[in-house]
Write a protein that binds this ligand. Structure first.
Ligand code: FAD
Ligand code: NAP
Length: 567
């Protein structure tokens, strides 16, 4: 599989003597929102914990993606933990869609408030995880030469934490500064007055391009595929929504978890009366659709996608909404040729991750911004001076890669995981991921993945999703301890049936037609399968609950084979 990282990772070079850390009950990998909550929740079970995090600090996504313009596309009042009523009440968000620095401050606040750092080794990447069938324990190795034995492993390694750098000829020869949005230096990158180039026009590119254009001498955008983007219309948190939510924040947060996306999108008050929920776009007249879409477009955010039920399942409805957005792009962008290049036509609307932007399309009206269409002429090579496209060299001082991630499976497969009998996870998943509920893989006992492939995860507001997974895992560990059990494993049958369910849930969706990371299509050689579960968060969470209540059907639970006490 292609794709390289320029993230600086330290690796044990073999000469470094390995230090064995005291054995522990649970290793938690990652200190993003998933890992942090795992520490908070599992500490209450009285188990010994050891955390590892590749970054120097907490925050995960929000530590790494510190590029200019990075912000949430779920409203801040919803994109937060709900495990503590006090935390909900005391934290104040300043904007409708919070910026990366504000979300990172929130993650640090949570870590401080609940004292979550002391069990975490930062700047430490897990490089291998090996299961010993005789002892029911995992041995993990780090890139700092440490080794640890654990009964259980929680891989809170994220869905979008394995960056990819395309294999473009000559990349090493570039004499200027190369930087990835997904590993943006915290001390910043000098962009003012520079000739900047950016490869990638997904959510990251679309967020950062308008901001960089304001300071760069010139910004060249290298676009392979245009993307659908809706206006965010960011601003201060709306006083009406704030009052409504704060009236009973815990109840509001709980009700988020009863929805398909773990997120309640507010309907604007000026929505035409003709609108009602649950309709097909084809049942509305052209005038009605335009009136409704105009209102939702002007309101900003993802509410637009809730206008009709079949935008991503019915090709005709999809075509109507795609044409509406094309019309908006043509209205905003002055140069008709540039506007046409920015109109997405190769993937159905909403089937690649929809972007939310602040003045993205209008940025192409600036005299210091140019668009290079890589579909017309691909990149030939990168040279010391810049990026060569056909006969033209675009001379640059800074080259930014906003080229995405080996999503969902990448973080797990980069850890060299070996289960029962030395079976490698990479081999097991050679044709795509197989697991039960996105939580456990048959043949890999006691290893839990948080928001793994086959869970709703990336199709939802993700903090409630990680909370739901961690709560389920914590309850499961409590159950094991209470019953004197020390091993849990998904059965091959349950795993196969869940795989069927994941495929069935996607079968009517236009998502299958898109070359998206949801389908693994952004990584050369990656199997083309739907990665997230499309059956909805609330249904999924209910299913997980039922399974726990029913004594964990689909899992094999067992007592010690050979008892070996922790530390
Ligand atoms: P992460 O935040 O990815 O944390 C995983 C951590 O594990 C990372 O810090 C990583 O360094 C660490 N790690 C991974 N492998 C190893 C290893 N082998 N050893 C040690 N450490 C390891 N979701 C939304 O719901 N709304 C949004 O608006 C939104 N915006 C996003 C914007 C960006 C730029 C990106 C990339 C993602 C966004 N997401 C959004 C998804 C986001 O990832 C989740 O919302 C959430 O932050 C995930 O938390 P996590 O703890 O599960 O994973
Ligand atoms: P992405 O959506 O996968 O976009 C990657 C971009 O890089 C695409 O435009 C892709 O073009 C381009 N690219 C990749 N390889 C290339 C090559 N060899 N030559 C030219 N172009 C190339 O990645 P992302 O923008 O980092 O976003 C990933 C996900 O993170 C999002 O989908 C979202 O879930 C999350 N995110 C959210 C926000 C937010 O608004 N809150 C912000 C950033 C990220 P092709 O399409 O042609 O492959």
């Amino acid at each position: 599989m292609e794709g390289r990282e320029i993230t600086d990772i330290k690796r044990s070079d073999g000469d470094t003597p390995q230090e064995t850390l005291p054995a522990t009950d649970v290793v938690i990998i990652g200190a993003g929102f998933g890992g942090l909550y795992a520490h908070q929740r599992l500490r209450q079970l009285g188990l010994t914990l050891q955390g590892f995090e590749a970054a120097p600090g907490v925050g995960g996504t929000w530590y790494w993606n510190a590029y200019p313009g990075a912000r949430c596309d779920v409203e801040s009042l919803d994109y937060c933990y709900s495990f503590s009523d006090e935390l909900l009440e005391e934290w104040e968000w300043s904007e409708r869609f919070a910026t990366q620095p504000e979300i990172l401050r929130y993650a640090n606040h949570v870590a401080d408030r609940f004292d979550l750092r002391h069990d975490i080794a930062f700047d430490t990447r897990i490089t291998s995880c090996t299961f010993d069938d005789a002892t029911n324990r995992w041995t993990l190795e780090t890139d700092t030469g440490k080794c640890i034995s654990a009964r259980f492993v929680i891989a809170a390694t994220g869905c979008l934490s394995a960056p990819i750098l395309p294999d473009i000829d000559g990349i090493e020869s570039f004499a200027g500064t190369i930087v990835q949005t997904s590993a943006w230096p915290h001390d910043g990158v000098e962009l003012a007055g520079k000739r900047v180039g950016i490869i990638g026009t997904g959510s990251s590119g679309i967020q950062t391009i308008p901001v960089i254009a304001q300071s760069a001498a010139h910004l060249t955008v290298f676009q392979r595929t245009p993307n659908f983007s809706l206006p965010a219309r960011n601003g201060p948190v709306s006083p009406e929504k704030l009052a409504r939510v704060k009236a009973d924040y815990p109840a509001y947060a709980r009700s988020n978890k009863l929805t398909p996306a773990a997120y309640q999108v507010s309907v604007p008050s000026d929505l035409p009366e003709i609108w009602s929920p649950g309709r097909s776009a084809l049942d509305a007249s052209d005038e009605e659709r335009s009136a409704i879409w105009d209102t939702l477009w002007n309101a900003g955010g993802t509410g637009f996608t809730y206008s009709y039920t079949d935008l991503t399942t019915n090709a005709d409805s999809n075509q109507l909404v795609a044409e509406y957005v094309h019309g908006k792009i043509r209205d905003i962008v002055d140069d008709p040729e540039t506007a046409e290049k920015l109109c997405p036509k190769t993937n159905p609307f909403g089937t690649k991750r929809l972007c939310l932007d602040s003045d993205y399309f209008a940025t192409f009206n600036r005299p210091n911004v140019s668009l290079v269409d890589l579909r017309a002429t691909p990149i030939t090579r990168i040279t010391a001076d810049g990026v060569e496209v056909g006969e033209t060299v675009h001379s640059l001082d800074v080259l930014i890669f906003a080229t995405g991630f080996d999503a969902m499976t990448g973080p797990l497969l980069r850890m060299n995981v070996k289960g029962v009998g030395g079976t490698s996870l990479n081999e097991e998943w050679a044709d795509g991921p197989h697991n039960y509920l996105g939580l456990m893989v048959a043949g890999f006992p006691n290893l839990f993945s948080v928001t793994g492939p086959g869970s709703p995860s990336v199709l939802t507001n993700m903090i409630p999703s990680v909370e739901q997974h961690i709560d389920w895992i914590a309850d499961c560990l409590e159950h094991l301890v209470a019953h004197g059990l020390e091993r849990i494993e998904a059965t091959p049958t349950a795993q196969e049936e869940w795989g069927e369910e994941v495929r069935r849930a996607a079968s009517h969706s236009l998502f299958l037609k898109a070359d998206s990371w949801y389908m693994g299509a952004n990584v050369p050689g990656k199997p083309r399968v739907i990665l997230p579960y499309m059956g909805g968060f609330s249904n999924y969470a209910e299913r997980c609950e039922e399974i726990a209540r029913g004594g964990y059907p689909g899992f094999t639970l067992s007592a010690a084979l050979v008892h070996e006490p922790s530390a």
